[in-house]
Design a protein around this ligand. Structure first.
Ligand SMILES: [Zn+2]
Ligand SMILES: [Zn+2]
Length: 400
């Protein structure tokens, strides 16, 4: 294969193939943890390209290993494969054929980009330093079970050879088509749900002195939780504590036995994340105790804040500029409040996460998780070019 061709030319040639795969995946969306068809297609396409294929990571996870002809580091590229449980309302001829399931977050595009990167990189082995590991993960959308990323790591996706650094990419509405953005430090929020069960003692509404009122205790807890961000978090850091539900009672004249409070915490720093958790648990437990009841807190640390490594960020930024020109790079101003389980990879190895723009000039892009979600497929070409460039450049140097 003529390997003196530019990345742009190779990607341009591969783009129809990438789009065809994306549309096929789009027609057949699969839920988090159930990506069996997608996983089989990934494995089959990788094998067809002569890529070493490893399967069975957290069920449907797949790792493709491409070895370059030159010595170097091991670079990981990550792609998520799952769809969302919702009906699709687009008019595409490639719209979902599965009722109640839709690729509404662009993971079909991500997976197709991973295969596109494999196709281009296998044609460039003579120019490739070190090893590229293409990591296709299940269950990114399933924060309640902890997400697929941490279980891919548990199952060895980052070993043999050990991954030295990683790059992740997500299709992004708030950025122009042809532009890829990133930033140093916090890129996306840590997202942790909590459930507080307040136990009191039920009784007659007219005899509160013989009861312990969980509604009164719960309302004191909700008020006191407001002090965490205002009194405990450093004013130059950020966090969100939101109570989304407060349930208790069955009748106007009965003091209930229990009340339940549910909410979510967002944070952009691991220290702040732990501070908020510790304060929240203490406030709930001690407030309940002071008022004669008891609070049990189910606090779930799900997705940590996604923190980009400074050096990897610098290298990835240089790759984006080299591949797409200075106008093809956008510094992301502030972290996004959503969660993303790439954060687990970024905690395990130096990493950078990037946003791949698909907004067309003058058009309001449809946001992810919307039944009319759609993106301009030309974005996939820009994305693969940047990922291939990152694989080539970050692979140079000494391995771990
Ligand atoms: Zn999503
Ligand atoms: Zn997503």
């Amino acid at each position: 294969m003529a390997s003196n061709e530019s990345i742009e030319t190779l990607v341009q040639d591969a783009l129809p193939w990438i789009v065809e795969i994306r549309r096929d995946l789009h027609r057949h969306p699969e839920k988090s943890g159930g990506e069996t068809r997608t996983s089989a297609i990934v494995a089959e396409r990788l094998a067809g390209l002569g890529v070493e294929v490893r399967t069975g990571y957290y069920g449907t996870g797949v790792v493709g290993v491409i070895r370059g002809e030159k010595p170097g580091r091991t670079v990981g590229l990550r792609f998520d494969m799952d769809a969302l449980e919702m009906d699709e309302l687009t008019d595409h001829d490639f719209r979902s054929t599965v009722p109640g399931m839709m690729h509404a977050c662009g993971h079909d595009g991500h997976t197709a980009m991973g295969l596109g990167a494999a196709k281009v990189l296998t044609a460039m082995r003579d120019r490739l330093h070190g090893t590229v590991k293409l990591i296709f993960q299940p269950a990114e959308e399933d924060a309640m079970t902890g997400g697929g990323a941490q279980y891919m790591i548990r199952d060895g996706a980052l070993e043999d050879p050990r991954v030295d650094c990683m790059v992740g990419m997500h299709l992004w509405p708030d950025q122009d088509l042809g532009v890829v953005g990133t930033k140093p430090g916090a890129m996306m929020a840590g997202s942790d749900p909590f459930i507080i069960t307040v136990e009191g003692k039920g009784g007659h509404a007219s005899l509160p002195h013989r009861a312990i009122d969980p509604i009164y205790i719960g309302s004191q807890i909700v008020s006191a939780l407001q002090s965490i961000v205002s009194r405990n978090v450093d004013p130059f850091e950020q966090a969100v504590v939101t109570v989304g539900t407060f349930k208790g009672g069955s009748r106007y004249n009965v003091i209930p036995q229990t009340a339940t409070i549910e909410g979510t915490v967002r944070s952009f720093d691991e220290g702040v994340r732990m501070l908020v958790r510790d304060r929240l648990i203490a406030i709930a437990e001690k407030t309940a105790e002071a008022l004669g009841g008891r609070a049990v807190v189910d606090y779930r640390l799900t997705y940590p804040p996604l923190i980009n490594d400074e050096r990897t960020y610098e290298k990835v930024k240089a790759c984006i500029r080299a591949e797409l020109g200075d106008g093809g790079y956008a510094e992301v101003g502030r972290p996004a409040p959503g969660g993303e389980d790439f954060a687990f990879f970024a905690k395990a190895v130096p990493s950078a996460f990037t946003f791949l723009g698909y907004r067309r000039p003058g058009e309001e892009p449809v946001q992810p998780h919307n039944p009319r979600y759609d993106f301009d497929e030309r974005a996939l070409g820009y994305g693969v070019r940047v990922l291939v460039r990152c694989a080539l450049e970050l692979g140079k140097g000494e391995g771990a």
